[in-house]
Ligand binder design. Structure first.
Ligand code: FES
Length: 163
């Protein structure tokens, strides 16, 4: 059951192992109440997240996707979150051109000590997704079509940071 209403939606969270996963754990240990819609996928670093992971989740039934990593300059791998920020910002621009509501995707930074911030982030994003409601079905869009369209961006071609 979610905090916003009685119907649970499908929200996928990609969390970096070193900061945001710890922040979620801290929130849990402190027993901060949180919506239960989020399904967490732990990744080594936000820099590991291919934007196509997010697209694939959204076209395959996720109602929202949240990415969270270490704060800028705190990445365990020094620059992973800077790369992530460029890619994810590009993805945000790209989503609106594809029929996916960009409000269904968000990224943020939460450290391992910020349990309360994690609670706030999850609660607010879940509230937003509940306001949007269940995502429209994307069954008319195949993964293959998406990958063909997105391959140049995934390779860093045609994005603002790579020209
Ligand atoms: Fe957390 Fe890189 S290790 S964002």
């Amino acid at each position: 059951m979610s905090a916003s209403d009685s119907r649970e939606l499908r929200i996928v969270g990609f969390l970096c192992n070193w900061c945001s996963y710890g922040g979620a754990d801290t929130a849990g240990v402190a027993r901060f109440s949180q919506p239960t819609d989020l399904r967490i996928i732990r990744v080594p670093c936000s820099g590991r997240i291919d934007p196509l992971f997010i697209v694939r989740a959204l076209i395959n039934g996720a109602d929202g996707v949240l990415v969270s990593g270490c704060h800028p300059r705190d990445c365990h791998y020094a620059e992973g979150n800077f790369y992530a920020r460029r890619r994810l910002e590009t993805l945000k621009q790209f989503l609106s051109a594809t029929g996916i509501d960009p409000r269904r995707f968000e990224y943020t930074w939460v450290s391992a000590s910020e349990g309360q911030r994690w609670q706030h982030v999850v609660t607010e994003f879940t509230r937003r997704i509940h306001e949007l409601g269940p995502a429209p079905t994307m069954s008319h869009v195949s993964d293959g079509a998406w990958f063909d369209a997105a391959a140049p961006a995934a390779a860093g071609q045609g994005c603002p940071c790579h020209g």
